[in-house]
Design a protein around this ligand. Structure first.
Ligand SMILES: [Zn+2]
Length: 303
């Protein structure tokens, strides 16, 4: 009989948590997994105030770049869905700019966001948002279905990512698409930084980050939860700056400077002469498990 307990090789420790390669789940996560009560409190009230006080401000500062990032995702959805199927749900919509972009592209949009600060900001942009968590009950209460679901920087925070993907699947129309974006951790770049340059595992952040995915482990989770992987991409491997000798870890000023350079590169790569290359480049990075974030597109398999 298959084991139903989380269990696997202990590979690190951080903030009082073990980090295990879980055989049950097929991806790396904390041991123990923080309780639902701890997490509810963390994300309803504290997260944007205490952990990410600059997040909304910086999203606005980076908006030109974010719009380019979001456009790539809407382009993918629009290329893979029939015309007229343009209803999207953004789970963990944060301050709402992804959906604002969707409204500008004439999508029907709904957001779900547990943080009070972030959801009020999204509502102030004219986006419809439910200030809560996604679970099976909410999925039943919403009472409508979507053609696409976007989960950016969500699955690393939740105690049971497979349940979230199941709930998402229940909210998708037949043939509906999903896009998940997660930090790409224990990547070949991070392993090199650790092995050759003595970096500590700076990417570990429990209890905020519970799960540590790669392109491969997230693709496995898609298959387990009934999604066919139909596209893989990456976000710029900002950790290349570490390989180049700019150690921005714990140095916010250098971190912002590195971020500014990658923003400029991404925006320039959007020019018509380079755009095809940009798409292929991020696709090839994904194949090699390179990129600070993994971006995976799936299609709900018919039952
Ligand atoms: Zn597990």
């Amino acid at each position: 009989m298959a084991s139903t307990a989380h269990n696997g090789r202990l590979i690190d420790r951080a903030n009082g948590y073990g980090i295990i390669e879980c055989e049950l789940c097929g991806f790396i996560h904390t041991d123990p997994i923080p309780s639902k009560e701890e997490l509810d409190k963390l994300y309803r009230d504290e997260y944007y105030k205490e952990e990410k006080p600059l997040y909304i401000e910086r999203t606005i500062e980076d908006l030109r770049w974010w719009e380019a990032v979001y456009d790539d995702r809407y382009d993918f959805f629009e290329a893979h869905l029939p015309a007229g199927r343009r209803a999207i749900l953004d789970v963990g919509c944060g301050p709402g700019y992804f959906l604002k972009r969707g409204l500008e592209r004439r999508w029907m949009c709904l957001g779900i966001e547990p943080s009070r600060q972030a959801s009020s900001h999204a509502i102030s942009l004219g986006v419809e948002v439910l200030n809560t968590f996604l679970d099976g009950n909410l999925a039943r209460e919403i009472g409508r279905k979507f053609d696409a679901i976007h989960l950016s920087e969500v699955l690393e925070h939740v105690p049971d990512p497979a349940r979230i993907l199941d709930a998402a699947s229940g909210l998708l129309n037949e043939g509906g698409l999903i896009c998940c974006v997660v930090p790409n951790d224990y990547s070949p770049v991070q392993k090199t930084l650790r092995g050759k340059l003595d970096y500590k595992p700076y990417w570990l952040a429990p209890p905020h980050h519970i799960n540590y995915f790669s392109h491969a482990s997230l693709s496995r989770l898609f298959k387990k939860t009934g999604f066919e992987v139909i596209g893989e991409s990456s976000m710029f491997p900002i950790d290349f700056f570490l390989l180049m000798g700019d150690n921005y870890i714990g140095n916010d000023e250098l971190g912002r400077a590195s971020h500014l350079r990658r923003k400029r590169l991404d925006i320039m790569l959007d020019e018509p002469e380079l755009k095809g290359f940009k798409r292929d480049m991020y696709g090839i990075m994904a194949k090699h498990g390179i990129g600070r974030e993994a971006v995976i597109y799936g299609k709900k398999e018919s039952k």
